[in-house]
Design a protein around this ligand. Structure first.
Ligand code: IVH
Length: 668
């Protein structure tokens, strides 16, 4: 190759790599497999190694490589980096729009651009002639720290802009954040290495960006979304949404949730929609930002002190608050698991008042070193059980003692055992323990199990405490007179409960198996067992090996099932239940007709309908659905971006179907 050819080849490779980065990170639509990307990168690295004079700092190969710094230098922002005013209610949002209408002397609704408020840290990226030249933190808004070397290691931030129509100077403002998955992995790694963990993704992102050694930053899973511009040599749009579209075109990631709406109702609906997605988004957000879309209107509105009049952050209720631990107690679960629980001074967090938080297990208590009397951060996110995030150690009271696992069960006094290698300690009392009995019966009666209407937790607790029932089977011997003697139970509701018990006898085999509360046998596994074995007798008599041929049943679950049916008291309960009249329709599956019945499916990747919907359809058609691919899998249904499951299916020779073929199968 002549030197001009080499140069052209190198440029061609760089262009291709940048383009594929854009498809992957900005459009979220990869066009080539990772292996192909790696191959192109390898090719470029090789050519550059042979022709070092052709290496430029903006080459995709040059993301890491800078030497550690002694200290960060300061950068003065060409345009100050502002902050946002907050709103916490519909009323405050309405006030915000009213103030704008007054200033603009209009009664028309104002068109707003809406995007999630990302919970990370603000950054200003400066591109000159299409190349990333500096990246600076917000600092005090006027000057920030030069973190260019670190920002260059973030894969989704382009080192060079795409297309040639960018302005000579383009400052992009946005948020650097750490996606939840990456954060969890990072903390998991820190835990195994006995290193300090980060309290939340935002701290992790900030800590990762403030590394003097860019090689450390390069190992951290950081990401970025643009939300505005600073200095630009020419205007890049007439509205916020146009600017965002232009940035996206130049290869900068923009929040996919960005929308433009007009009118309070519509704004509120968008806020609600984003709030409801919050838990499912791959990154933390702490509110929704509303910006007047039209730049002319923005200019007329201007700023007050540090915040624009044309934007507001409607924040979600705080998910973390401080409170004190009044005591640490131990709860006994259905399978005897002993869970330490922090009793808290009640505190309002995540929209509700919290007075208990789980501490999961003793390992967690030790790691967080939570003690009675401590001041702690409590977190409640969505439907998740409230948690103690960390202790504020500087506020520890004197003489606070470390928590000790009790030697005997606080409920029944049996020994507490902690099997080798398990995080969870357990009460050895089994169904002798009133706590385990109560939980087992609550589970038995629950909606997805026997679905006994009107048999609430409080009633079960009374029944067990008064010695009226010892096992689920005793429920079916209860008469209306016994029930009506309970607290807050009239004759009418006692009679209704007896009727509900009678009705619950008509059930399905999978509900019944699930209701037994065998360790690790959830709804899906119960269903798979019912389909695989068809009768209770067959499950009871199944060998370890036969059990393991059921989807999602491995050696551990198989051993739990076997040992459940090996215990005579369990068998007695099962026999009494059947004797009491619990029954289910026989399961018959005609394998000859449907191409899916009896077959084991695994679903992966993104499909056009929720996976749960397909699962439902498959189960109805008599198929089994497993969560992971094994040699027992018949078909893998792979949607877009199928990852490791697809690879595993291919290596095991499992047939892979696309969504359309699945639909054809189901139609048959
Ligand atoms: S706009 C002139 N948009 O929130 C307005 N900020 O409380 C400047 N933030 O420092 C900010 N998501 O770090 C804007 N979609 C978004 C945002 C956002 C997160 C952060 C940003 C800023 C802070 C202000």
């Amino acid at each position: 190759m002549t030197s001009t050819d080499v140069k052209a080849e190198i440029e061609q490779l760089r262009h291709q790599l940048n383009q594929h980065n854009y498809y992957y990170y900005v459009l979220d639509d990869p066009r080539i497999p990772d292996s192909e990307y790696d191959r192109l990168m390898g090719q470029l690295q090789q050519l550059e190694a042979q022709n070092p004079q052709l290496i430029t700092s903006s080459s995709p190969t040059q993301r890491v490589g800078a030497e550690p710094l002694k200290a960060f230098t300061q950068i003065t922002h060409a345009v100050p980096m502002l902050s946002l005013d907050n709103a916490f209610s519909v009323e405050e949002m309405a006030d915000f729009e009213r103030r704008i209408q007054d200033r603009l002397k209009t009664s028309d609704s104002i068109t707003m651009a809406i995007e999630p408020k990302l919970d990370g840290l603000a950054i200003s990226l400066r591109y000159e002639n299409g190349e990333l030249v500096t990246a600076a933190t917000r600092g005090d808004g006027t000057t920030g720290e030069d973190v260019t070397q670190n920002v260059r290691t973030i894969d989704c931030i382009p080192l060079t802009l795409l297309r040639d129509d960018y302005p000579e100077v383009l400052e992009v403002r946005g948020e650097i954040f750490m996606p939840k998955k990456g954060f969890n992995k990072l903390n998991q790694r820190a835990l195994t290495a006995a290193e300090k963990t980060f309290a939340n993704p935002r701290n992790a992102a900030a800590g990762s960006l403030r590394q003097l050694d860019p090689r450390i930053t390069a190992t951290r899973p950081l990401s970025f979304f643009s939300y505005g511009t600073g200095e630009t040599s020419v205007p890049v749009g007439e509205s916020h949404s146009q600017i965002m579209a232009a940035l996206k075109n130049w290869g900068l990631p923009v929040s996919p949730e960005l929308t433009v709406r007009t009118g309070q109702q519509s704004l509120k609906a968008t806020y609600d929609a984003i709030a409801s997605q919050r838990e499912d988004l791959p990154y933390d957000i702490d509110g929704v930002v509303f910006k007047v879309d039209d730049l002319k209107q923005q200019q007329k509105l201007g700023f007050v002190s540090r915040a624009p009049r044309w934007a507001i952050a409607w924040k979600f209720p705080a998910q973390e608050e401080l409170t004190t631990v009044e005591a640490i107690e131990f709860q006994v679960g259905r399978t005897g698991s002993i869970t330490p629980v922090a009793r808290l001074k009640p505190v309002f967090v995540g929209g509700v008042t919290i007075s208990n938080a789980t501490l999961h297990n003793m390992g967690e208590v030790r790691r967080k070193d939570v003690r009675a009397g401590d001041t702690v951060f409590i977190r409640r996110a969505g439907d998740v059980i409230p948690e103690v995030v960390r202790v504020l150690s500087e506020r520890r009271v004197e003489n606070a003692l470390p928590v000790k696992l009790p030697e005997s069960c606080p409920v029944c006094g049996s020994d507490i055992i902690r099997p080798e290698g398990e995080a969870v300690a357990r009460c050895s009392g089994g169904l002798f323990c009133a706590a385990q009995r109560k939980e087992a019966i609550k589970h038995f009666a629950s909606r997805k199990a026997m679905d006994i209407d009107g048999l609430g937790d409080k009633i079960i607790e009374q029944l067990v405490d008064q010695g009226l029932i010892h096992s689920p089977a005793d429920l079916y011997q209860l008469g209306a007179d016994q029930l009506s003697s309970l607290e807050r139970m009239g004759d009418k509701s006692a009679k209704n409960l007896v009727d509900a018990l009678e009705q619950s006898k008509e059930t399905t085999l999978n509900r019944f198996i699930y209701a037994l509360g065998i360790r690790e046998v959830g709804e899906a596994t119960a269903r798979n067992l019912a389909i695989e074995f068809k009768t209770l007798e067959a499950i009871r008599e199944a060998s370890d090996e036969q059990l393991q041929s059921t989807p999602d049943v491995g050696p551990v679950v198989a051993s739990y099932i076997k040992s459940f049916f090996e215990q005579s008291h369990n068998n007695e309960v099962v026999n009494s239940l059947v004797a009491a009249g619990i029954r289910w329709p026989a399961i018959e599956i005609d394998d000859s007709e449907s191409p899916v019945s009896g077959k084991t499916f695994v679903l992966t990747g993104s499909l056009s309908r929720p996976r749960s919907e397909y699962k439902e359809l498959l189960l109805e058609a008599g198929a089994k659905v497993a969560g992971s691919v094994s040699k027992n899998t018949d078909y893998l249904v792979a949607g877009e971006k199928a990852g490791s499951k697809l690879a595993r299916a291919e290596s095991l020779g499992v047939e892979v179907l696309d969504e359309n073929t699945l639909l054809e199968f189901l139609a048959e």
